[in-house]
Ligand binder design. Structure first.
Ligand SMILES: NC(=O)C1=CN([C@@H]2O[C@H](COP(=O)(O)OP(=O)(O)OC[C@H]3O[C@@H](n4cnc5c(N)ncnc54)[C@H](O)[C@@H]3O)[C@@H](O)[C@H]2O)C=CC1
Ligand SMILES: O=C(O)C1=NCCCC1
Length: 323
């Protein structure tokens, strides 16, 4: 019988792939375990050929008739021995209809023979790995004594970002702004006594050491004049080339970090329209090849990468095998 632990000797698995639903992924995937996995993936990605990652920039099909998009995100990581693709539909207008705005599925293949090993929910992974990537950026780029967090937007990413950043900082104040005071208040109550719902973006961010923008806005919501010098911003929304969440003056006046230069130049309206210069990928900071200017005002423009999904799915499968 083939020894399936040795590369090149695995038998072809023609059985049904595993199906892992959202509640199981949620039960298994712990943010504190995911953050170091994402940190390593960002470093490998920025190591280019030596990092063993093959990942084209996401293909996005606009479904203009229904104001939606379908993103296809494949990746192979040689170091993590994982081959996977995520399919993610994002329909911003679903929010106001009370429907989910992101619907995602991951398919994981055996890298040695291409057989399908698992199909798993991708929504929990999208929420957690995005927040984990911001946590890595924030660990390097924010003032380590940061105490005040501002979150603009009050959806899934707002919640996962609070969860992830709270593993690194003891926030004494969490200020939340959203389009409706009601949704900001709901999140504030979930977080507890340190949190406060604010009635303007300015009120939320003016004292903040760390700011997270997680909205579906297509126009800037965060302006340079409100941001404390030395603050760190995780700019997570506005993932289309003609959408913006951040004031161009703030983009140009900060030290700008991205997850992928190529992705940012293709997909980020905040980068493309402001003509801000990208200083580094966060992975380059992780690898020590670029500086972390944590005393300056910094922006991490996140677009999301397939490798983050692939290594998260791999962690889910590894933990399933051991529990
Ligand atoms: N960089 C990355 O890797 C990823 C980025 N995202 C992006 O993060 C953002 C938030 O995603 P989720 O929290 O999952 O969405 P969600 O649907 O759970 O929440 C969306 C939030 O945006 C607000 N919003 C909706 N339309 C708005 C508008 N026109 N102006 C201002 N605010 C508006 C809503 O009130 C809500 O607070 C989206 O832009 C999404 O595409 C999502 C996943 C990964
Ligand atoms: O990386 C992802 O996943 C996404 N990024 C931008 C918006 C849709 C989902």
């Amino acid at each position: 019988m083939a020894d399936s632990t040795q590369p090149g000797t695995q038998s072809f698995d023609s059985g049904f792939p595993l199906y892992i639903p959202a509640n199981k992924v949620e039960e298994i995937l712990k943010i504190s375990e995911l953050i170091p996995v994402i940190e390593r993936a960002l470093g490998n990605f920025s190591n280019r050929d030596n990092g063993g990652i093959v990942q084209p920039v996401r293909s996005v099909v606009p479904v203009a008739k229904y104001q939606g998009f379908l993103g296809v995100m494949p990746c192979f990581s040689a170091h993590e021995h994982v081959l996977a693709t995520k399919l993610v539909a994002f329909y911003p207008t679903n929010y106001d209809k009370g429907l989910p705005t992101h619907m995602a599925t991951l398919m994981v293949f055996d890298p040695e023979n291409g057989s399908l090993k698992a199909i798993m929910d991708g929504e929990v992974i999208t929420n957690l790995r995005t927040a984990a990537a911001s946590a890595v950026a924030t660990k390097y780029l924010a003032n380590p004594k940061s105490q005040v967090l501002a979150i603009i937007g009050a959806g899934h990413q707002a919640r996962s970002h609070h969860q992830a950043l709270s593993t690194l900082f003891n926030f004494t104040e969490v200020n939340i702004y959203s389009r409706t005071l009601e949704s900001a208040e709901k999140l504030s109550q979930e977080i507890g006594s340190t949190a406060k719902a604010c009635s303007s973006v300015e009120e939320a961010v003016k004292r903040a050491d760390i700011i997270v923008t997680v909205t579906f806005s297509k126009v800037p919501v965060l302006f340079a004049k409100w941001v404390k010098p030395g603050a760190h911003v995780n700019a997570v929304g506005a993932c289309r080339p003609d959408w913006q969440e951040i004031d161009p003056d703030l983009m140009r006046g900060s030290v700008l970090y991205v997850d992928s230069r190529e992705g940012a130049m293709k997909e980020s309206g905040d980068v493309i329209l402001s003509k801000a210069e990208v200083y580094a990928e966060v992975g380059e900071v992780v690898n020590g090849t670029k500086e972390a200017f944590c005393e300056k005002t910094t922006v991490f423009k996140s677009l999301g990468m397939a490798v983050e999904d692939a290594v998260s799915a791999n962690l889910v499968l590894a933990k399933l095998r051991t529990t």
